[in-house]
Design a protein. Structure first.
Length: 405
């Protein structure tokens, strides 16, 4: 589903707007187009100087105007902050756990081989795959050369970064790892089964299926092996834990933070226990995360958590990977409930929520379970009619008010 905004004008207003737009185009369109074309020409020259064949460069950079979708997405400001219980509810639901366990059975020999060679727990490898692309189902639909050229020629302070990623992507094609028509991914350049950016792909991708090519788009073995290699290079320690769910004593005011590490014995002395109430045991040092405060779930996170964190540099992301890995290994859902009376929805519930909104007459596009600005506007209208606080959030309260279970 794509959320759409459609403005309305009177016929006279539309004519005046069209006349104004034509006048502006007459003054500005040609220089802007010329500037973009000149920038793309410079990119073609830079790619050729980097040793990429002219044939690859010509086909990849056959672009005469910026990719408007990329421009729009690159300028979106994060106006809607996702509560941690929504974030984990969406990324680690029963459906993803079941799908992940099925995929782990299907690729058992590959995952075990990656675990042996790189020392990274196979459940974590599979969890990265699941969170990044839903096990290959949602890898992105932006053509990378055009997306990256747009970011270089129309972007701001990170132009040099985008230029480097563009050259790296074309080198992957030129050296034979990938065909050009496989360079589809996110608007920001990440692509493949586990979403590597091109420069990371160049450095860390491995040919794990032995066919002489590193294809992280079509080869699941290459993608899983490369993810294991990435985590190993990021500091993964074989056989060590990544996260333990814990409880802190009421009124806890001691140290917190991923980098504020202490020995397990120290955390035990501070009154921290496992989530099931058992005392803490074991060695190593860990930091304490309380993403929803002392009344919610707590987590002791180890150096392997830092390796996971490096993949996307967000603690909520690393928590999602870590928790999904635990669930794939057979551990239960979080034992401590989130401190809210309005929990987040699973993907199935989000999809059902949209169908309920459509049944109420809200024009939100096709139901796909992805909550964008138009769906949030519809939710706010429902909240207004029901006398609820208007948040636009896809939570349990509004879902049940609409008839969801």
């Amino acid at each position: 589903m794509r959320d759409r905004f459609e403005g309305r004008r009177s016929p006279a207003g539309a004519v005046m707007a069209l006349a104004g737009a034509m006048a502006v185009m007459a003054v500005t369109a040609s220089p802007a187009s010329a500037n973009f074309s000149a920038c793309v020409t410079n990119l073609r020259d830079a790619a050729a100087k980097a040793g990429i064949s002219r044939a690859v460069v010509s086909r990849a950079l056959d672009i005469s105007a910026p990719d408007e979708k990329v421009l729009r997405l690159s300028k979106v400001q994060p106006e809607f902050k996702t509560p941690i219980w929504d974030y984990l509810g969406f990324l680690v639901d029963d459906q993803r756990v079941a799908d992940g366990q099925a995929m782990m059975r299907r690729y058992d020999s590959v995952l075990r081989a990656a675990e042996r060679q790189f020392g990274v727990d196979r459940h974590v490898i599979a969890a990265v795959w699941g969170v990044e692309t839903d096990f290959g189902r949602e890898a992105g639909d932006s053509f990378l050369p055009h997306a990256l050229a747009t970011l270089v020629c129309e972007g701001g302070r990170r132009r040099d970064f985008w230029r480097g990623e563009l050259i790296a992507a074309l080198k992957l094609v030129d050296r034979g790892d990938l065909e050009l028509n496989k360079l589809y991914g996110s608007w920001a350049g990440a692509f493949g089964q586990t979403q590597f950016i091109p420069s990371t792909y160049q450095r860390l991708a491995v040919d794990f299926d032995g066919d002489g090519r590193r294809d992280l788009v079509s080869s699941v073995p290459d993608a899983l092996g490369s993810t294991a290699n990435y985590l190993k290079r990021a500091g993964w320690r074989t056989g060590e834990p990544w996260m333990i769910e814990v409880k802190v004593p009421a009124g806890y005011s001691g140290p917190t933070g991923r980098r504020n590490r202490a020995a397990i014995a120290d955390w035990s002395r501070r009154g921290v226990t496992r989530a099931d109430g058992r005392p803490l045991t074991g060695g190593g040092e860990a930091g304490l995360l309380l993403p929803a405060g002392g009344r919610g779930p707590g987590f002791l996170v180890f150096r392997n958590f830092d390796a996971i964190y490096s993949y996307n540099q967000a603690e909520s992301y690393a928590l999602a990977i870590s928790h999904l890995a635990d669930r794939l290994a057979g551990y239960p859902p979080l034992r401590t409930p989130w401190p809210t009376d309005d929990p987040g929805l699973t993907r199935a519930q989000r999809l059902h929520l949209q169908k309920l909104l459509l049944a109420k007459g809200y024009a939100i596009g096709d139901a796909d379970g992805k909550i964008g600005p138009v769906t949030r506007d519809a939710i706010m209208d429902v909240e207004r009619q029901l006398g609820m606080q208007q948040t636009g959030r896809a939570g349990t309260k509004v879902y049940r008010a609409l008839g969801g279970r």
